[in-house]
Structure formats: structure tokens, C-alpha cells
Design a protein around this ligand. Structure first.
Ligand SMILES: [Zn+2]
Length: 426
């Protein structure tokens, strides 16, 4: 190890060092869903142990290992995390073993130099515009659309595709961030594309069989599951396979890009207004970050690895900060109240309220797998009567992108939150 690298390692060790107390706080505040991990994750003075369902310790982290492991989880691929989990188990690493792990840390996210004219120069930001259904056919498969044949508000029928709103918001935001010098990555390239950069229909025709064949060959699918999936219609196949498979692809692409921050864009509906045939008077704004693991989540290796990363690194604290700025902007500039724990069933049934109003820990696939600070935004309820009126007004063109004014306002909220957040890191 050369001298300069050694000094650099010491520097990142000191600047990002995490300890057991901080891990315990993250565990209590974000990760332990209503106490369901109390018997599985054990905190001692100088160690954290993870047990299996038989009560046997399967993985241990000792206090002096935490800074190194946090670095390792933050700056490495999933495959490296998997190897570490297998090799380490409950062993205590010597100083030499700890130092030797640093050679695997390759793409460390350093902060770029300050640039006065372009404040985001050198920053990498990933944006995921949620969903892909951009016509009634695909949107019905995804169940992400609003269609009011005869609305109370207008004589015309109203059609809104969440995928399109997400994609347009992402594009406006991308342009604004790039104007400030950022390098921006979008998980899908067209409004009706999935993250495989084809439509779902094209993917079914050209990739479905190859994908299932290859999963079968790798023993990731059993024969019976393969035969079941290959014969499913496009609707069932979406819900039983493609949905999570495609989300995993989004996460892989983001992690490969290795961003300083990730913005996941969605628009919400009032769940109590199902099946959404009339407008609602309710409107709430909220943001999600990772966390809320249950005991059965930790049975799976994949989940255990992401749990460890979220426990040992400070990503959840950073995501909470970014999400707090975002939801405050939503509430202030869009004039929407922040959701409280009691305002939706999925909040009090599946999420934990963080200390920041409007920010909730929820074990959504992207919140779990994306390896960077993130905000998963749900700016507004599309089916709210006032929002419907705003979202169906004629598009404007403020920066070369034809889009609804409300989407420009939402993009501004994300933009100012990211700018604010990245400033706090210097
Ligand atoms: Zn959505």
C-alpha cells in the first residue's frame, strides 16, 4: 500500500467512521419494523450479531470492524458483499485482514471540487421515473392510470398515465441538474420504455423466453416454476415476474452508475378512492426511504446483505436528510399537507414514521437495493380534484420540454432539495 493511499484510507476511515451506537440508532429509527427483529439482531457493547430462525449466530460485526465494513458495503458490488457474508460469518477480523479488505474498494464516491459557476459539476445523480405504461393497454397491466370517462370537471374524459408524469418530471429535472454541471442518468430512455429500453410488449416477444431459459440454466428457477411462468398471459406475468425483475434491473443500472444521490419519481393516488372513478378531496405529500425489515425478510441472503449495508453505513441518515428537504419543498411550494402515519393504510401497516414529518421508512425494492442516498418521492395525489384540474391543463414549454406546469413545479422541488442536500455534504 503506498503512503498516499494509506493516508487516504485513514481519512475516509475517520470522516465516515460509524460505531455501534449509530448502528443501534439506525436499527431503532428505520430498520426494525415494530420490534420484529428484536430476537434476530442482537446488540452487545462491542458487537452486533445476526441470528437465524433457530437462534444460531450466522453473522457478527465487531465494533472495530464497522468503519471498514461500512466502506466496503458502500463502495462495492453486490457479488463482493455476498462473498464477504459467506467468508466472514461470525469471525473476528484481525487488523491485517481489515486492512486487506480495502484493496477491494475501487470506485469510492469522492466529493468533487467546489465550482462557483456550476455548483453540481462532478456530481453524479440517478433519476428513476417510475413505471412504463404510457397507453391504456400497458397502463392497465401495471394498474397505473386514471381514466374518468365523464368527469365532473370537464366535458372531455380524463386520462392520466403515472408513467408519463414520472417520465416528463424526470426529463425536466435532468435538464435543470445538467445545467448546473451534474452528470445525470435516467433508468429508461423513452416515456413508454421499461428499464430494458424496450416497451413491455417488445420485451415479451424478444426477451421473455431467453430470460427464463437463462434463469433455468443458472438454477435460479425450478422446472415447474419455468413452465408456470412461460405460459402466463402478459397481465399475470407482469405481476408474478416482470414487475420485480424490472425493478431489480433499475437498481442494477443505478448501482452501476454509482451516483452521489438517487431520485425515484412517482405520483400517488388516494388509496381509499379505489377504483378511482371519481375525484377525491384528499391530497397528501410524502417521501420514502429504506428500512422496515421484518424477521422473514432476513431469511433471504439478498435481503440480509442489503440490511447490513443499511445498518452499517450512514445511507439511511443521508436519505432521510434528502427526503426531508424534498417533502418540505413539496408541502411548501405545492401547498399540500405532509402525510401522517394515520393518513394511509400502507403507512401504518408497512412503514415506520421517521423523525422527519412526511418521511417514512419502507422496504420497497428500490429503497432496499439502491446503494446511494435516495429519495422516493410521492409528490401529490393525482386523483385529487384540484390536482386533476392542474394536471390536465395544456402543456407549456419552459426549457425545451413540452410538459404540464404542475410537473415543472414538482421538478423544481426535487431540484432545490438535491442542490440543498449536496451543499450540506461539503
Ligand atoms: Zn408509482
Amino acid at each position: 500500500m503506498n503512503k498516499l493511499f494509506f493516508i487516504f484510507v485513514i481519512f475516509i476511515q475517520l470522516s465516515l467512521a460509524q460505531n455501534i451506537k449509530q448502528c443501534k440508532e439506525r436499527f431503532d429509527n428505520y430498520l426494525n419494523f415494530k420490534g420484529s427483529l428484536n430476537e434476530i439482531v442482537i446488540f452487545e457493547n462491542d458487537a452486533i450479531h445476526i441470528k437465524n430462525s433457530n437462534g444460531e449466530k450466522v453473522f457478527s460485526v465487531f465494533s472495530h470492524e464497522i468503519p471498514m465494513l461500512a466502506e466496503f458495503f458502500e463502495n462495492n458490488s453486490y457479488t463482493q458483499h455476498e462473498n464477504l457474508l459467506k467468508l466472514k460469518g461470525t469471525k473476528k477480523y484481525s487488523k491485517r485482514q481489515r486492512d486487506s479488505l480495502y484493496i477491494y474498494i475501487d470506485d469510492v464516491k469522492t466529493l468533487p471540487k467546489r465550482n462557483k459557476t456550476k455548483p453540481l459539476q462532478g456530481y453524479k445523480i440517478a433519476i428513476d421515473p417510475g413505471h412504463f405504461g404510457n397507453d391504456l393497454y400497458d397502463a392497465k397491466i401495471e394498474q397505473k392510470y386514471l381514466y374518468f370517462p365523464k368527469s365532473n370537471l370537464k366535458n372531455d374524459s380524463i386520462k392520466l398515465f403515472e408513467s408519463e408524469l414520472n417520465y416528463q418530471t424526470a426529463n425536466i429535472l435532468k435538464k435543470k441538474l445538467e445545467d448546473q454541471g451534474a452528470t445525470v442518468f435516467l433508468t429508461r430512455e423513452k416515456a413508454n420504455y421499461t428499464s430494458f429500453n424496450t416497451t413491455y410488449q417488445t420485451w415479451l416477444k424478444t426477451n421473455k423466453k431467453n430470460t427464463l431459459d437463462s434463469l433455468l440454466a443458472q438454477n435460479k428457477l425450478t422446472n415447474s416454476k419455468y413452465n408456470y411462468l412461460i405460459n402466463l398471459n402478459e397481465y399475470k406475468f407482469f405481476w408474478e415476474f416482470f414487475r420485480d425483475y424490472e425493478l431489480q434491473n433499475r437498481a442494477n443500472k443505478i448501482n452501476h452508475f454509482n451516483p452521489h444521490a438517487t431520485i425515484i419519481i412517482h405520483y400517488n393516488v388516494d388509496e381509499k378512492n379505489a377504483p378511482w372513478q371519481k375525484p377525491t378531496t384528499k391530497n397528501y405529500t410524502m417521501c420514502f426511504i429504506g428500512g422496515s425489515f421484518t424477521e422473514s425478510n432476513l431469511d433471504k441472503t439478498e435481503s440480509k446483505i442489503h440490511f447490513l449495508r443499511l445498518l452499517l453505513t450512514n445511507q439511511l441518515n443521508e436519505s432521510e436528510k434528502l427526503s426531508d428537504f424534498t417533502v418540505q419543498n413539496f408541502s411548501k411550494y405545492l401547498s399540500i399537507p405532509m402525510a401522517k402515519y394515520i393518513d394511509a393504510d400502507y403507512l401504518h401497516n408497512n412503514a415506520l414514521a421517521t423523525k422527519k414529518p412526511g418521511v417514512f421508512s419502507r422496504n420497497l425494492l428500490l429503497c432496499r437495493i439502491v446503494n446511494s442516498p435516495l429519495v422516493y418521492g410521492e409528490a401529490l395525489y393525482q386523483d385529487n380534484e384540484l390536482e386533476l384540474e392542474k394536471l390536465t391543463q395544456n402543456p407549456i414549454n419552459l426549457s425545451g420540454i413540452n410538459a404540464n406546469k404542475r410537473l415543472y413545479e414538482v421538478a423544481d422541488c426535487y431540484f432545490n432539495a438535491v442542490l440543498h442536500y449536496l451543499k450540506t455534504k461539503r
